[in-house]
Design a protein around this ligand. Structure first.
Ligand code: ADP
Length: 421
């Protein structure tokens, strides 16, 4: 079966967020990890999201990976290519949103694409081409201090024109709220003016559905997860999609393992809570940095615990302890040692039948998925906003819940495992 929406996401948790949104709109969704090769399968999914790690990669690499991913999606029959970036337009002065969008426009032979980062459910809205996070302009939000992609301008036209070779006009909220024909007419006018992009205003989910109805036939679209709402509505209305599918939980049976490498506040509260109910053990990072005995010790400990309860293995520490560890080992090395240790533990324990795995931390999730050799995931029901249960496809069967640090309430780990039959 041909893919209706083929998406290329510029980071791992961003891909999961889009995949989760599409699945909640009733599409069957597979997330593919990294640039697919000829052997990668779509497993009959209506939407396939390719998760790249290209947000801050060198420009040439980001472009090459996106083009390769687009070629693979087209070869699988994708009727539409969506380039998905963060709803806060995370990028540097040079890219990579502009260069990747330019390259995909050209590669697909398209003359025009919308720029639609709005995601009202997460408080990201666009009006007059300005991006807001909650009540404040992007450049006044906490994104202004992001370590890798500080956002110091809220104007999407300027942001895009600095990175791209092309100009970006506006499809205003007035156009959007005047209906399909008005939006189409505005797109035609922008094209006639020689604009290659149209920043589109959207403040509510109804705006996104109106946009979807008007531009749902475009072969190339750029946006955040929110545009998924409009696109699924469009494809359902045209009959390209059948009835909404009901999402299935992973069917994997086996023991449960929780791994946490996130030090964010939400995760530390989740870890503290889990420590009070399950056997838990903290990674000794200085031991892990000295050699490879720590991972083996953690695996032996986990296998010695009662089989009927989940086990928690964590590195999560408060800021003072993280600072001490970073001073001793270096920031990059500390992160690598922790990620490698947790990933090694995941691989060893999966082989021992701990097949239901919850991972906390974006980078940590990437390291675990790589160590497990996971190539593709089927998206299941949502555990907490932005975090679905997933099931591995084509490799050793496992149920995976991968959450970025700040997601989920205090009982997230218990909530996740309680969902499984
Ligand atoms: P989040 O989603 O909260 O940002 P990540 O997994 O992306 O979580 O990032 C957390 C980083 O902190 C990882 O690189 C992890 O290895 C590292 N880390 C975890 N525990 C410690 C620790 N005790 N000391 C230093 N670094 C740590």
């Amino acid at each position: 079966m041909a893919i209706t929406i083929g998406a290329i996401a510029d980071d791992f948790t961003g891909a999961t967020d889009l995949a989760n949104t599409l699945a909640r709109e009733g599409m069957s969704v597979v997330q593919v990890i990294g640039v697919p090769d000829a052997a990668t399968e779509t497993h009959g999914a209506e939407a396939v999201v390719v998760a790249l790690k290209s947000r801050t990669a060198p420009k040439e690499e980001a472009v090459a990976e996106a083009v390769a991913a687009a070629d693979w999606l087209l070869a699988q029959g994708a009727g539409q290519i969506l380039f998905k970036y963060c709803s806060t337009f995370d990028s540097t002065e040079d890219g990579n949103i502009g260069p990747v969008s330019d390259a995909l426009l050209e590669h697909l032979g398209e003359g025009f694409a919308v720029i639609c980062p709005a995601f009202p459910d997460n408080g990201r809205t666009v009006s007059n081409g300005e991006l807001f996070v909650g009540d404040v302009p992007l450049a006044e939000s906490s994104m202004k201090d992001h370590p890798l992609t500080p956002m110091r301008d809220s104007n999407l036209h300027r942001l895009m024109e600095r990175q791209s070779r092309h100009r970006a006009g506006l499809i205003s909220l007035d156009d959007v709220r005047s209906g399909t024909e008005a939006i189409e007419a505005r797109v035609d006018a922008l094209r006639a003016e020689g604009q290659r992009y149209g920043v589109v205003d959207a403040v509510t989910n109804a705006d996104l559905r109106a946009i979807g109805a008007a531009i749902g036939s475009h072969r190339f679209i750029t946006g955040g997860s929110g545009i998924a709402l409009g696109l699924t509505a469009y494809h359902r209305a045209t009959g390209a999609l059948g009835e909404a599918v009901s999402l299935e939980l992973p069917s994997v049976t086996g023991r449960a393992l929780v791994l946490s490498g996130s030090c964010s506040e939400a995760t530390r509260a989740q870890v503290a809570r889990a420590c009070s109910v399950w056997p838990s053990r903290k990674v000794d990072i200085s031991h892990a940095a000295e050699g490879d005995g720590e991972a083996e010790a953690l695996v032996a400990w986990a296998l010695g615990q009662p089989a009927d309860a989940p086990v928690l293995i964590y590195g999560s520490s408060d800021p003072a302890e993280v600072a001490r560890t970073q001073a001793a080992l270096g920031r990059v090395r500390a992160g690598e040692v922790m990620e490698r240790t947790l990933a090694t533990v995941a691989r060893a324990l999966l082989a021992e039948g701990l097949t239901r795995i919850v991972v906390a931390g974006g980078e940590t999730s990437g390291a675990v998925v790589t160590a497990l050799g996971v190539k593709a995931l089927r998206i299941g029901p949502q555990i907490a906003p932005g975090v679905p249960w997933t099931e591995t496809l084509g490799t050793a069967p496992a149920a995976l819940a991968l959450k970025s640090g700040n997601f989920g309430g205090e009982t997230f780990f218990e909530d996740a495992l309680a969902m499984l039959p």
